[in-house]
Design a protein around this ligand. Sequence first.
Ligand SMILES: Cc1cc2nc3c(=O)[nH]c(=O)nc-3n(C[C@H](O)[C@H](O)[C@H](O)COP(=O)(O)OP(=O)(O)OC[C@H]3O[C@@H](n4cnc5c(N)ncnc54)[C@H](O)[C@@H]3O)c2cc1C
Length: 408
Amino acid sequence: MIEWSEQHQMIRDTVRRFVEAEIVPNLEELEHGDTPPYDVLRKLFSTFGMDEMARSRFEKQIAREKSGAAAPAQSQEAVAGRGDAAAMQIIPIIELCRFCPGMVTAMGVSMGLTGSAVMSKGTIAQKERWGLDLLTMNKIGSWAITEPGSGSDAFGSMKSTARRDGQGGYILNGAKTFITNGPYADIIVFICKLEEDGVEAKDRKILTFVLEKGMEGLTQSKPMRKMGLHSSPTGELFLQDVHATADRLLGETEDVPARSGAKQTFSMERTGVASMALGIVERCLELSLAYSKERIQFGKPIGEFQLIQDKLARMEVARMNIQNLVFRQIELAEVGRGPSLAEASAMKLYSARAAMEVALEAVQIFGGNGYMAEYQVEQLCRDAKVLQIYAGTDEIQISAIARELLSN
Ligand SMILES: Cc1cc2nc3c(=O)[nH]c(=O)nc-3n(C[C@H](O)[C@H](O)[C@H](O)COP(=O)(O)OP(=O)(O)OC[C@H]3O[C@@H](n4cnc5c(N)ncnc54)[C@H](O)[C@@H]3O)c2cc1C
């Protein structure tokens, strides 16, 4: 793939019109008010039939699983069209990130991380109970692994626990932090360790439970104040003796390999960041180009100064590189493959750093105006920083890449 097809461009233009009509006029409220992003996201879903597409995929998967048929083989025929399907998911991410990266985070965590956890590890009954509502954004989901004392070392330092209640259920305790959608989530995927006598903390099984708003002992905090990404509510979760019946244990078995599932989740999150970065970079470059032509200093447009040209040229190089990484994801989907964890880490590391550099240079090109909230580069710069932190910090991506390189 060397460029977006005509069909992709048509979809892009339609989504762009939606963003300009529904999001741009409300940006102030979404970014600095108390308006959660969910109603606009639901409108996006219904406008583009994304909810109906999700429903149809869900129904097909459930029918296949109920009939006991195996997942379709990865023959060329079976995977044909998956590239376009991937592009259909990526284009709205890019377009939303040109204005509101927080909305993509809120949507990606709910539908992507939380929905996928249920759909990949749940029983058929659990998928029917929670999966469809998450995939259609009918309900809002949170995926909770990070704790005050465990971030990068998510499993090793995890303190949240599940204790068997002796009647087939569990008693859950713990605190989670920095949880996207935490304050508003209807459905929460909660990851913890099984407390067993005689088993050391490092050897304890990782269990995943599905909890719901309003359960006794579960407290969802107010949104936390943060540097950027204001349209994505982030919060804490506190669990004090929350009783979970066995049907809330994902997969209804203690033997689901949670760590391997987490690897898939990490890959998905990391490649998603490349598309987010592309939206931020495209928009920063577009704004910087326009400003470089209109801002006059020393009697000429600042775009005529070589030091400004250097910034613009570097932005374009970053845009081209990230776009190529996104095209590669679409190509991989077309042949029924996904990137390895190390490749996903490399995509994330490069794209997140590039987006941050581009956004900082955009602020520089705008001078004093760039530091003012009235100019959009200020928001994009604050938003870009998170790409280097969540879904694994830059340092953790470097370890993942180096680990794979050194293991060969
Ligand atoms: C806006 C936002 C939304 C988030 N949403 C969610 C969510 O929905 N669900 C969820 O579970 N979590 C979420 N997170 C948490 C996020 O995944 C963590 O913040 C991230 O993994 C880093 O963990 P930490 O903050 O504890 O930093 P730490 O792990 O304490 O790291 C501190 C510093 O040490 C470095 N470091 C740590 N270990 C190493 C190492 N081995 N080698 C070199 N350097 C190292 C890090 O790179 C970093 O620079 C979110 C975070 C943010 C900011």
